[in-house]
Design a protein around this ligand. Structure first.
Ligand SMILES: [Zn+2]
Length: 327
């Protein structure tokens, strides 16, 4: 410290900054986090912390709240509100106030579409208030212990008991909320190994979670059992059960139509096919990125927190089974 005292203040600051960068770099490497994806979680979190909270009414007592993490859907009956997803932890008070203002009814049940922090961040808040948390059974397993997702620089999980799902299912479950019937379905591993798609009828709304990012390349969470083939298969199941009038609530982005979902599914399938050809011809992951297999899609889909090179690497790794669980 004597040495530091003799330096000019600006030099001391520089010295400390360099030290901090070296230490944090070492800590990240020690945590096993990997190259290009390190910034994906951070960029996403910054976006969710700073976007205004928007409310969209779908009619028939259904609302979508977006901006504070993953899209949050509220379904109202005479005396209560059922929520699908709970947004980012740091914005849950704002979300809760906005939900009450729109619905004037207390939240009594909460469905999680999957375990990621931007969809379950409000679980502590709602769980502590006695709200019943419902999810596919693998969500409870993943939230109960520490999860590492090196591709996107995410280390999370190990939630407190009050934030864990208390009601779980394996492949499907039915709930009633007022005049609406909710069918929760899991189609196997897709974005993660615990994805829930919720069909709401007669409103003709389907809440699909992160198997669909509207306007952005999606995250495929290989460390949590996700895969590109699983994503496409789940999307095909949703396409088979919807029509031109269905309102589709994505995990992120504005409410969409079936035509939007079809376009997104076809983009995924084309990128998958191109990368498959590169793998078959013996290309390495870096050579596949250099071949720019998403080039003509980047203008439309590359503006989110998943850049084209990270998306290409996710698809490549999924197809070569690196870090991906088999279905
Ligand atoms: Zn997610």
């Amino acid at each position: 410290m004597n040495v530091l005292r003799k330096m000019r203040p600006s030099l001391v600051l520089l010295h400390m900054l360099v030290l901090a960068v070296v230490i944090s770099g070492a800590a990240l490497r020690a945590a096993g986090q990997a190259g290009t994806g390190e910034t994906v979680s951070r960029k996403a979190t910054e976006q969710f912390e700073n976007s205004p909270l928007k409310i969209t009414s779908l009619g028939e007592g259904l609302y979508v709240f977006s901006g504070d993490g993953g899209d949050v859907t509220a379904i109202v009956d005479n005396g209560s509100t059922l929520l699908i997803d709970s947004g980012l932890a740091s914005r849950v008070t704002e979300l809760s106030d906005a939900i009450f203002k729109a619905t004037m009814r207390p939240v009594t049940r909460l469905v999680n579409t999957h375990w990621h922090f931007d969809h379950t961040g409000g679980n502590v808040f709602f769980g502590s208030a006695g709200v019943t948390i419902i999810a596919q059974e693998n969500v409870k397993k993943r939230l109960s212990s520490v999860q590492d997702v090196p591709f996107i620089g995410l280390r999370d999980g190990h939630y407190p008991p009050q934030a864990l799902p208390t009601l779980t299912y394996s492949s499907s479950m039915t709930l009633t909320q007022g005049s609406q019937q909710l069918t929760l379905a899991n189609y196997g591993s897709a974005h993660t190994d615990g994805d829930t798609v919720t069909y709401i009828s007669p409103a003709n709304v389907v809440v699909v979670g992160d198997i669909f990012s509207n306007h952005f390349y999606p995250i495929i969470d290989l460390a949590s059992g996700g895969s590109i083939d699983g994503m496409i298969q789940s999307l095909d199941r949703v396409l088979a059960q919807t029509d031109a009038q269905t309102k589709i609530v994505p995990g992120h982005g504005p409410v969409a139509t079936r035509a939007d979902l079809q376009e997104y599914r076809d983009m995924l399938a084309q990128v998958r096919q191109r990368i498959k050809v590169l793998i078959t011809s013996g290309k390495t992951i870096d050579e596949a990125v250099a071949a720019a297999p998403t080039k003509d899609f980047d203008a439309k889909w590359g503006g989110g927190y998943v850049p084209a090179d990270v998306f290409t690497k996710m698809v490549f790794s999924s197809l070569t089974n690196a870090g991906s669980a088999s279905r």
